[in-house]
Structures are given as C-alpha cells and as structure tokens.
Design a protein around this ligand. Structure first.
Ligand SMILES: [Zn+2]
Ligand SMILES: [Zn+2]
Length: 277
C-alpha cells in the first residue's frame, strides 16, 4: 500500500520548525510514496503583512512554494512532493483568499476553520467560560459555509475544537445535537466532489482519536462520500507519516475501498486491495 501524508507544515509556517527538505527526508525514511507540504495561510490576516503574529503570508507562502519546487526536483523519481496549502478561514475574507490562491499552481488545498468570526483560535479559548454547545453550533455553521466554498480539495480536521475541549475539560462532547449540521457539511462536500480529511494528529494527543473519528467518517461514507485524504498535520519532521497507517485503517473500517491524493487538484485513488503492513 502506498503511504501518503497529505498534511504537513514546514518552517514556513509560524508554528513549525523543520525545513521542507527535512520533511521530505523523513518521508523517504518512513517509506512514504507522497507528501503534501501544506503551510498555513490564514486569509483574514494576509493584509496585516509582517504585523501579524503569523508573519507575512506574502513572504512565507512564496518561500514555501520555492522550497517545495526545489524538493520536487531533488526527490523526483523517489518521492512525490505536492504543492499544498492549508487555507484557514477562507470564508472570512474572500478577496484575500483569492489573493492567496494566486501564489502558485497548487496541487492540493486544505480548507480549515481554526477560529470563528470575531474569535481567537480554539486553542486560546477558555472552555470554562464559553457555552460549549453554542460554540460548536457556530463552528459547524461556519463549516457548512466553508464546505460551500469553491476553491479547495479537502476539508481539514473536522472536530478541531474537540481536541482542546478534551485536553482541558476532560470530556468528549456529545455531537448528537449537531448531526444535522454535520450531515449538511458532508452532503455539500459530496455534491461538490470534495474530500474529507482524516487528520491523525489526535491519535497522539489526549483526544486519542482521529479528527474526525471513525463514526463520522463512516457517516460520510454512508451518505455517499467518495474521497478521503489522510494527513498527520506534522509540525516537525519526526511526526511525518506517523499514524498514516491507522488513518488508512479508519477509512477502510468506515467502508472505503480507497483513499485519495490530489495532484493538480485532481483526485487519484489509492485502492486498498492487496495491501499489507
Ligand atoms: Zn489546521
Ligand atoms: Zn495544519
């Protein structure tokens, strides 16, 4: 089975430390077939330039693309290196989003929601003082909007806030009240031929499951989901490829016969037949 990590960050992301070359070396060392470098680009902060806590995306993303292009050349025939981008909150600023998509001819775009309109990243919220159900209702609403956005390939880390709720408050919220919203997200992805990401970072955190977990991946499949991508969300080279096999196993157990990579935004299916590890 070809192993592909479709979500990694280089030192061109404010919160990551390994170079693109180090990520690729790790991918080769772990026997991966493909790696997508998907550095952060938060649409609503692009126009802040260097005054932004993330650094200037106008500087960082073109640098990311140059580094990826060098790696593509260096590792050709040995490793498929894909030009990716993790586009944060595209619906918060459509004009800047359009600008971001013009940085390069990307292979693969992840769409993410790390913060709600007018809020900080879920990472910074104090879950003792917010109404968690109201927060999640708004989160899934923004994801419905995001899933209707045209220019992306895979919806990243659905249930992201739960990572922090479990970590800080020690419980996994009941998602039953949000099933209708989640179904709408899934139906929109399916209608628009987009993928759902199985983000395996949660396997190594207190939440202990993929984002989203197998129940939701199964629901996506039941509704007719065709494409899932699997990514580690590695922010350092030592995490590249870690947990990809478990992510693929989640897809298989949820009823998928394949998982997917994207090249020039076109889905390529990696079929599970005859695989072993
Ligand atoms: Zn993210
Ligand atoms: Zn990420």
């Amino acid at each position: 089975m070809k192993l592909c990590d479709m979500h990694t960050h280089s030192d061109n992301s404010f919160d990551a430390k390994s170079t693109v070359d180090e990520l690729c070396q790790a991918a080769l060392g772990n026997g991966l077939y493909a790696i997508a470098i998907t550095d952060h680009c938060e649409a609503e902060y692009i126009n802040m330039g260097e005054d932004c806590e993330f650094g200037s995306f106008d500087r960082l993303i073109p640098q990311s693309v140059r580094d990826i292009n060098s790696a593509k050349e260096k590792y050709k025939d040995r490793l498929l290196v894909l030009r990716g981008l993790e586009l944060g909150e595209p619906i918060h600023d459509p004009a800047q989003t359009k600008h971001a998509l013009e940085y390069a001819d990307f292979d693969f775009i992840l769409a993410s929601v790390h913060n709600l309109r007018g809020y900080e990243d879920f990472y910074y919220l104090d879950y003792k003082t917010v109404d968690v159900n109201e927060l999640l209702r708004r989160y899934f609403d923004e994801l419905i909007e995001t899933s209707n956005f045209e220019h992306f390939d895979s919806l990243s880390h659905l249930t992201y806030p739960l990572r922090y709720i479990v970590e800080r408050e020690g419980y996994y919220p009941d998602l039953t009240p949000f099933q209708e919203q989640i179904d709408e997200i899934f139906k929109t992805l399916i209608k628009n031929k987009k993928a759902l990401e199985i983000n395996v970072s949660g396997l190594f955190k207190p939440i202990g499951r993929t984002l989203p977990d197998i129940e939701l991946v199964r629901r996506f499949r039941e509704l007719g989901g065709e494409y899932v991508t699997v990514g580690t969300d590695a922010h350092s080279a030592d995490m590249v490829g870690k947990g990809i096999e478990q992510g693929i196993e989640v897809a298989r157990a949820a009823g998928f016969t394949h998982y997917t990579i994207f090249r020039e935004h076109k889905p390529e299916l990696l079929v599970f037949d005859n695989y072993s590890w």
